[in-house]
Ligand binder design. Structure first.
Ligand code: EPU
Length: 444
C-alpha cells in the first residue's frame, strides 16, 4: 500500500519534506520485470543546489533559486542555514533564502554528519565574517572522504585553521588572493575555495580546479552576484576579489546524474523513454557508452530519447572527473551490465571502494567479482527478487533498477538514501510503467 502522504501532490512541499525526514526506515517493493516507456522530466541538480544554497551566505539579501530539487539534502542544507539566521521558504521547486541577518557562524555535527556538503558553509563564512566553526564530516558509506584540500586552500588564502574537538575553526582578518593548485581534482574543495576567493583581497588563481557543470553553475551565480571570475568551464579559475556581493535570482541546472540514471534504466529495461529538461552537453560520456552498448540515443534541444530492444553489448567504464564518465553513475552502469552479453569491467578511480551494491546485487542472482577499485560484471544471468539493503544514494538507484528487471518482488530497505538525492524517484518511475510500492515506517 502506498502511504497517503506519498500520494499527495508535490506542491505540498513542507508536508513532502516532513515525509522525507520521517522516511528514514521506508522501504520499496519493486516488482519486475518491466519495460520503461514514456516521458520523464528531470529535476534540478542536487549537487548544484548544494553549492548555490550556501553561496547566499556571501551577501545579505533575498535569493531566489528556481528549479531547486525537492529532496532531503536540499532540506538538510536549508535547515543548516536556518540555524545561522537564514530564513527560507520552498514551494513549487523555488527556494527563497533571506540572508539579511546572519546570527551564527557554526555548522554543528548533527547537521554535518547527515550531509558532507554542509562543509560548503566554511568558505563563505570565513570570507565574509572572518570566522567559521564547522564540524569535520567524518567518513561515508563508500570510504574515506578527506577535506584536507578544503583546508589547505583556505590556509593558502590566509585563513588560520585549527582542528579541535572534531571541529574546524577558521579565522582571518580578510582573505588574501593567492595561487592554489589542487593536487587532486575535487568538486567540493573547488566550490569551497571559489566561494572564499570571490571576497578575498586581490587575485586568486585556482589551478587543476574541478570542471564539473555544478562548479560552473556556482561560478555563473557568483558572477551574477558581482564576483569577477575568468576561466569558467576550464581547470584554471582566475578570480579578482571584490569588497561585496549582492543577492540574485538563479535557476539550477538540470541534474545530469538523475538523467543518466533514467537513461540507463530505459536501456536496461529495453524501454523507450524521453527525458525532458536535460542538458545533453553534460552527458556526453554517458551517451557515448550507451551508444557503444547498442542503445539508440536521440538528442533534440533539451530532450533526450533513449530506446533499446536487444540485450546490451558488454561495455567497460572507468570513472573520471568531468567530462569523464561520472562516479555517480557507476553503480547504475554495473546494474545495466547485468543484462549484457558478456563481462564488463567497472572501475572507479575516484572512489575505489564504491562497490557496496555488489553483495546486494548478488542476492538477486548477479555474478559479480570485485577487485582493486573495480568489479567484473558477468552479464546474462537470471535475476530473481530478494531483500536487499541500500548503502548509499547511487547504490540504491542501482538496486531499484535491478529490481525492475528481476523476476518477482525485490524489497529494498533504507530507501532514505534515495530520498537524499532524487526527487520522488518512485513516482517518476511508476509513471514510466515501473511497479514500485513505498511502504512507510509505520506500516511494517
Ligand atoms: N579528496 C581529497 N581531499 C579533499 C577532497 C577530496 O583527497 O579535500 C578526494 C576524494 O577522496 C575523492 C576525490 O578527491 O577521491 C574527488 O572528491 P570530490 O572532492 O570531488 O568529491 P566531493 O566534492 O566530496 C562531489 C559530489 C559527489 C561526487 C563527487 C565526485 C557533491 C555534494 N558531491 O563530492 O556526489 O561523487 O563530487 O564527482 O557535489 C552523489 O551525488 O552521489 C555524490 C556522492
Amino acid at each position: 500500500m502506498i502511504s497517503a502522504a506519498w500520494a499527495a501532490p508535490l506542491w505540498d512541499a513542507r508536508r513532502y519534506a516532513k515525509r522525507i525526514f520521517d522516511a528514514s526506515m521506508d522501504k520499496f517493493l519493486v516488482k519486475g520485470p518491466v519495460r520503461l516507456h514514456g516521458n520523464v522530466t528531470i529535476s534540478g541538480a542536487k549537487n548544484a543546489s548544494l553549492a548555490l544554497i550556501p553561496a547566499c551566505l556571501l551577501a545579505p539579501g533575498v535569493f531566489t533559486l528556481h528549479n531547486t530539487p525537492n529532496n532531503r539534502d536540499v532540506w538538510t542544507i536549508s535547515s543548516l542555514l536556518e540555524t545561522m539566521g537564514v530564513g527560507y521558504a520552498f514551494a513549487d521547486n523555488t527556494l527563497t533564502l533571506d540572508s539579511t541577518n546572519i546570527t551564527s557562524h557554526e555548522a554543528p555535527y548533527e547537521h554535518v554528519k547527515k550531509m558532507r556538503a554542509s562543509i560548503y558553509v566554511l568558505g563563505p563564512l570565513v570570507a565574509r565574517f572572518g570566522k567559521a566553526r564547522v564540524s569535520l564530516p567524518g567518513g561515508c558509506n563508500f570510504g574515506p572522504r578527506p577535506v584536507d584540500l578544503h583546508l589547505k586552500g583556505l590556509e593558502k588564502l590566509g585563513a588560520e585553521i585549527q582542528v579541535e574537538n572534531g571541529y574546524i575553526e577558521a579565522s582571518c582578518k580578510r582573505l588574501q588572493g593567492a595561487h592554489f593548485h589542487f593536487e587532486i581534482s575535487s568538486v567540493g574543495a573547488t566550490v569551497n575555495i571559489l566561494m572564499a576567493a570571490v571576497l578575498a583581497r586581490g587575485e586568486t588563481v585556482l589551478s587543476n580546479a574541478a570542471m564539473e557543470p555544478e562548479v560552473s553553475s556556482l561560478a555563473h551565480m557568483l558572477v551574477k552576484m558581482g564576483a569577477r571570475i575568468d576561466g569558467i568551464d576550464t581547470a584554471t579559475l582566475t578570480i579578482q576579489g571584490v569588497d561585496e556581493l549582492h543577492a540574485v535570482t538563479e535557476t539550477t541546472i538540470p541534474d545530469r546524474i538523475e538523467a543518466a540514471t533514467f537513461m540507463i534504466a530505459a536501456a536496461m529495461t529495453k524501454g523507450d523513454v524521453t527525458l525532458g529538461s536535460v542538458n545533453a552537453d553534460h552527458l556526453t560520456a554517458v551517451i557515448q557508452k550507451l551508444e557503444e552498448s547498442g542503445a539508440t540515443v536521440v538528442v533534440r534541444g533539451d530532450s533526450i530519447r533513449v530506446s533499446m530492444d536487444t540485450d546490451p553489448e558488454a561495455v567497460d567504464i572507468t570513472t573520471m572527473p568531468y567530462p569523464g564518465y561520472p562516479t555517480d553513475s557507476q553503480a547504475q552502469w554495473a546494474a545495466y551490465m547485468l543484462q549484457a552479453k558478456g563481462t564488463s569491467r567497472i572501475k572507479d578511480v575516484i572512489y575505489p571502494t564504491r562497490f557496496g551494491y555488489v553483495p546486494e546485487l548478488q542476492r538477486l542472482g548477479a555474478e559479480i567479482e570485485t577487485g582493486d577499485a573495480y568489479c567484473l560484471v558477468k552479464g546474462g544471468h537470471r535475476l530473481t527478487g530478494a531483500s536487499v539493503m541500500s548503502s548509499d544514494l547511487r547504490a540504491s538507484a542501482s538496486l531499484v533498477m535491478a529490481g525492475c528487471i528481476a523476476e518477482g518482488t525485490t524489497e529494498i530497505l533504507r530507501v532514505y538514501h534515495l530520498d537524499r538525492g532524487y526527487e520522488a524517484i518512485e513516482q517518476k518511475l511508476m509513471r514510466l510503467g515501473a511497479s514500485i510500492e513505498r511502504v512507510s515506517t509505520e506500516e511494517f
